[in-house]
Design a binder for this molecule. Structure first.
Ligand code: GLY
Length: 305
């Protein structure tokens, strides 16, 4: 398999570039950790790791997961506070037969026992953002960028990793799609990998990631699998009287072919292959999907992470 990485949002660009360099010498796990930790550690990216979006009580609680597509092992953490790298802890749980998905104080206790670094992720900026939102009469959940998802492959290895602080002003204990296997992520080296970003509740309603992987297993091309799953889910949600909130997805097949899909107007993502890192855009114009490389003009008008 070609050495390949794909990550969600423009914020993943530097991490994917660094991860792709690591992938040349090391495992897909090291490459994914490098890429995701780059985003986790940078305070300017407000929905992941340090400086993440606080919950309604003003706590930054992190969700992350890692899945090894060769063994189908996975690990995840839910609502974990004050740990420097959620993806690092999640990845360390991957391979445990039991106890591979830990939540809250249990996850923090495990991180402490295992000697992972702790840090205060509630930066001054995230505190101010929370205080300002609490002042607003109409408390609105953040509807912008959220999870950093990274898929990587090399030789016969293929894996997926995700990390997020979850929905802004979420209820204490609320869990989104990101640490939920099959919804926020799935990886099977015999079929492909997929991951999702957007409103977790709507992603979980369709178990979207495993459905994309299963279509690739059945021989459907990566872009077609993504479009088929998203469009079918949107139509089913509509039929049920539910408006689908933001959903974007990335996927990779077993040959390293990558694609993305979105129900937003545009969704940037990053692909690294053959030594080149490219910022791509998945677009949706009235239900018509396409992907294209971001050019200077596109970059000039884009203001998101
Ligand atoms: N997609 C992340 C979340 O809903 O928490």
């Amino acid at each position: 398999m070609k050495q390949t990485m794909i990550g969600t949002w423009k914020m993943a660009f530097d991490g994917i570039r660094r991860g792709a360099a690591v992938l040349r010498e090391q495992s897909v796990k090291e490459a994914i950790l490098t890429a995701i930790q780059d985003v986790e550690q940078r305070e300017e990216f407000v929905s992941v790791g340090k400086g993440g979006l606080p919950n309604i009580d003003g706590h930054v609680q992190l969700d992350a997961a890692y899945m090894d597509g060769k063994t189908l092992n996975f690990g995840g953490v839910i609502e974990m506070e004050n740990v420097a790298s959620a993806i690092e802890v999640a990845a360390s749980l991957c391979g445990k037969h039991c106890n591979c998905l830990l939540a809250g104080k249990g996850a923090e206790g495990y991180a402490q026992e295992e000697g992972f670094a702790f840090a205060n992720n509630l930066t001054e900026a995230s505190k101010q953002r929370w205080k300002q939102a609490k002042k607003d009469a109409d408390l609105k959940a953040y509807d912008g960028h959220d999870t950093v998802c990274v898929l990587a492959a090399k030789d016969d290895e293929m894996s997926a990793g995700v990390s997020t602080s979850g929905l802004f002003l979420k209820h204490a204990g609320r869990v989104g799609d990101s640490p939920v296997i099959g919804s926020g992520f799935y990886s099977d080296a015999m079929a492909g990998s997929a991951a999702a970003t957007g409103l977790g509740e709507d992603i979980m309603r369709g178990c979207l990631s495993v459905r994309v992987v299963d279509l690739m297993r059945a021989g459907i091309a990566v872009q077609d699998a993504l479009i088929q799953v998203l469009d079918t889910h949107m139509a089913r949600m509509k039929q049920a009287g539910n408006d689908c909130d933001a959903i974007s997805m990335i996927a990779m097949d077993t040959k390293g072919n990558c694609a993305a899909v979105t129900n937003l107007k545009e969704f940037p993502y990053v692909v690294a292959q053959d030594g080149e890192v490219t910022l791509m855009v998945a677009a949706n114009e009235n239900g018509v999907h396409c992907c294209f490389p971001a050019d200077e003009a596109w970059l000039k008008q884009y203001s998101g992470d």
